[in-house]
Design a protein around this ligand. Structure first.
Ligand code: NAD
Ligand code: IPM
Ligand code: MN
Length: 358
């Protein structure tokens, strides 16, 4: 097979810990399936601020642009929390998504039967949950104009939420396409009862829906969606929503799976290039202890193989390996019912890599 180039930007906190296990799994697929990968590492996030004075150095961005796919850990931490905007790790994350044109963030949330007991939600509510959040990633309040000003009562802060029709159209199309390949049900989540940007969102989604008559479309207000996710998660198939709603709802959806340490993501543009990262952050509270769950990052590799490389055999093998290790009862602390039996990050990565087979 031709060698695929993967840019690795491990970042901060548990980022490097979980990325190391993902690389271990990728290496194992070379042995088992004969694929070839080349890794190039770049500085990104807080560590890049410390070493290079910026969260997203030009050479890191170039490395990503020259790669076939990007594997990202996580960024951020208390050390940089009071920095000005340009010197924040999170600014680098938004910058890389924008610079690579990754407007579509796919966050699948499905429940492994053996992890139902790990969730805080009741078994009968959870069983069969299998949904995907399609989050718009390069627009909305994250990227609108932001500023401070003097108001009549002192300082004011302004964040603007802007969506253009083409921005909504392209994410809506992707969501409909995904729905066509899944259960053909799409919930478009907005706050159209209050926000003008949501009203434009809803109008646009309705117009695009005409091209997908087979997909059953419902519009759900975001507050109601947050509630329904806990009341009847199995009723959702594909959820499409704007940037900030998607950020919040996907962390909520993570708890259906048992832990934020289980949730993978793919960030895509129009083509097959993609950036793959766990949904969770740098987890400063557990960083350096070797106890982080690497499964979210490992499942993100499965998405990379499927969506960027078209290596469906290896993608399925990774998912099957994760399932078999969980079925055998192995747990990191975040998903362990009996915490005294929890294993560490490296042990979990070793077990999953060892379970990968044709
Ligand atoms: P977080 O996701 O880092 O952590 C939330 C909680 O979940 C913590 O208790 C943490 O220990 C736990 N957790 C997260 N991942 C885990 C894993 N793999 N295994 C076990 N437990 C896990 O969110 P936060 O605490 O709000 O944010 C911490 C930092 O991470 C902040 O600086 C934030 O900006 C950043 N962040 C980065 C990303 C990213 O890089 N994509 C995403 C979210 C947050
Ligand atoms: C995520 C994170 C980021 C986001 C932060 C760290 C900028 O929470 O990837 O979900 O809000 O997009
Ligand atoms: Mn988030």
């Amino acid at each position: 097979a031709e060698t695929k180039k993967i840019a690795v930007i491990a970042g901060d906190g548990i980022g490097p810990e979980v990325v190391a296990e993902a690389i271990k799994v990728i290496r194992k697929t070379e042995e088992v399936f004969g694929y070839k990968f080349e890794f190039e590492h770049g500085l990104f996030g807080g560590i890049a601020i410390d070493e290079r004075g910026t969260p997203l150095p030009d050479d890191t961005l170039q490395l990503c642009k020259n790669a076939d796919a990007v594997l990202l850990g996580a960024v951020g931490g208390p050390k940089w929390d009071n920095n000005p905007k340009e010197l924040r790790p999170e600014t680098g994350l938004l910058g890389i998504r924008k610079a690579l044109g990754l407007f579509s963030n796919l966050r699948p949330a499905f429940v492994f039967d053996c992890l139902i007991e790990a969730s805080t939600i009741k078994e009968e509510v959870l069983r069969g949950t299998d949904l995907i959040v399609v989050r718009e990633l390069t627009g909305g309040i994250y990227f609108g104009e932001k500023f401070r000003r003097e108001g009549p009562n002192g300082q004011e802060a302004v964040d603007t939420c802007v969506y253009s029709v083409p921005e909504v159209e392209r994410i809506a199309r992707q969501a409909f396409e995904i729905a066509m390949k899944r259960g053909k049900r799409l919930a478009s989540v907005d706050k159209a009862n209050v926000l003008e940007s949501s009203r434009l969102w809803r109008e646009t989604v309705i117009r695009i829906a005409a091209d997908y008559p087979e997909v059953e479309l419902e519009h759900v207000l975001v507050d109601n969606c947050a509630m329904q996710l806990l009341r009847r998660p199995t009723s959702f198939d594909v959820i499409v929503t704007e940037n900030m709603f998607g950020d919040i709802l996907s962390d909520e959806a993570a708890m259906l799976t048992g832990s934020i340490g289980m949730l993978s993501s793919a960030s895509m543009g129009e083509g097959s290039f993609g950036l793959y990262e766990p949904v969770h952050g740098s987890a400063p509270d557990i960083a350096g202890q070797g106890i982080a769950n690497p499964i979210a990052t490992i499942l993100s590799v499965a998405l990379m193989f499927r969506l960027t490389f078209g290596y469906e055999d290896a993608a399925s093998a990774i998912e099957a390996a994760v399932k078999s290790v969980l079925d055998a009862g192995h747990r990191t602390g975040d998903i362990a019912v009996d915490k005294s039996k929890a294993i560490g990050t490296v042990a979990m990565g070793d077990l999953i890599a060892a379970a990968i087979a044709k």
